[in-house]
Design a protein around this ligand. Structure first.
Ligand code: AVJ
Length: 370
């Protein structure tokens, strides 16, 4: 059962939804919630301290036990996105080496009207945009602007594991488009698939920012299949995918000269120290990136540079890291056109259009549910 807190600013309605456990405790999916969420300067503050739940810690503890006991060791990329990780990722998106964000934004700036018009052809009906992994929603505003051109009833559901990022997204959107109804949802859509209310209009699901690239093909199919279940025939999906390209460009995008991506990667250890009482010495780990051409993915690892004993109190774990041992923290799969077509076809979508940049570095594909 979901619980809704409503905040009202003249004209703009923002509803936050949280999942309620059987024992009545509210919970967000994962990630610590700050004491207060200020939606916009005009809105009243909501004390969400009691929303920060043992479950967030539980999900973190389960993941740590799953990933750090196994060999090779790994941790899931959703663990990057606590407040500090989300902040570092926003910084990454501004780096000269990290081309995906600005390339996608340029494609959207040129084609948002065409994309939205093709997704929503009955202008008398409301239009709902549901975004998986919305982050700060800085690019989504381009799509919302286009949506408001063809429908005067637009609903936006940003979904993110990090409430701080979501807070920023809501502020950005509520300020720019007070007429948009915003329903932010703090949720880990990987571990807790999204549940959408029935909607009497068109839903355009957004999986942009190449976030689908974090998942191996079978998991990507599973995530899109679970999304399909929440959509109706005629609803659409906009999928953003980073394409396979020359290795030096790919490696530089994940190992920038300023070391921001390295800090983003190492932040996972700092997070475990902060939230699970671990005692990682992050100075004894270094950021490693490699291009796995067989799997068509960039891999990020943390390599132990000095033998280390680590205890993670809340996970009841004592670990021994040998020098050169690694923790695999992220995959970023890169796509070919055939990969995109196969993925969308297999989960039940028919492709309605594709938009690229002039270097074919990035593709936005619009698909409709059959
Ligand atoms: C947010 C998952 C799309 O894989 O490109 C950026 C995350 N990792 N730099 C990506 C990321 C390192 C990003 N995604």
């Amino acid at each position: 059962m979901s619980t809704t807190a409503s905040l009202r600013r003249s004209g703009a309605l923002i509803e936050m939804s949280f999942h309620q456990r059987r024992d009545g405790n509210h919970r967000d999916s994962v990630g610590s919630l700050k004491g207060f969420v200020y939606m916009a300067t005009y809105l009243q503050a909501v004390d969400v301290r009691h929303f920060a739940t043992p479950d967030a810690r539980e999900a973190l503890t389960c993941e740590v036990r799953r990933g750090l006991i196994a060999r090779p060791r790994s941790l899931s990329p959703w663990m990057f996105y606590d407040a500090e990780g989300s902040r570092l990722f926003e910084q990454i998106t501004t780096l000269p080496e990290y081309y995906p964000t600005r390339t996608e934004r340029a494609i959207l700036a040129e084609n948002a009207n065409a994309i939205v018009a093709r997704a929503h052809n009955d202008r008398s009906l409301p239009l709902r945009l549901v975004e998986l992994g919305a982050g700060s929603a800085s690019k989504t505003r381009i799509l919302l602007e286009a949506a408001l051109c063809i429908s005067d009833d637009v609903v936006y559901i940003p979904v993110d594991v990090c409430s701080d990022a979501l807070e920023l997204a809501c502020q950005n959107v509520a300020y720019a488009f007070p007429e948009v109804r915003i329903h932010p949802t703090v949720r880990n859509y990987v571990t807790h698939p999204l549940q959408l209310e029935p909607f009497d209009g068109t839903t355009l699901a957004l999986c942009i920012g190449t976030s689908i690239g974090n998942f191996p093909p079978e998991e990507a199919r599973l995530i899109l299949r679970k999304l399909c279940v929440q959509l109706q025939t005629g609803d659409a999906l906009l999928l953003g995918t980073d394409m396979v390209k020359n290795e030096p460009t790919l490696l530089a995008a994940y190992d920038d000269g300023d070391g921001i991506t390295a800090a983003f990667n190492l932040n996972i250890l700092h997070r475990l120290n902060r939230e699970l009482g671990a005692d990682f010495d992050a100075r004894c780990f270094r950021h490693r990136v490699l291009w796995n051409s067989i799997e068509s993915r960039i891999e990020m690892h943390l390599e132990c540079t000095q033998e280390q004993y680590v205890s993670i109190e809340d996970a009841d774990l004592d670990l021994h890291f040998m020098s050169c041992e690694t923790i695999h923290t992220e995959n970023s799969y890169k796509f070919t056109e055939r990969d995109i077509q196969r993925l969308l076809k297999e989960v039940g979508f028919e492709i309605r259009g594709a938009w690229k940049d002039r270097r074919d570095w990035y593709t936005l594909t619009l698909a409709r549910l059959r």
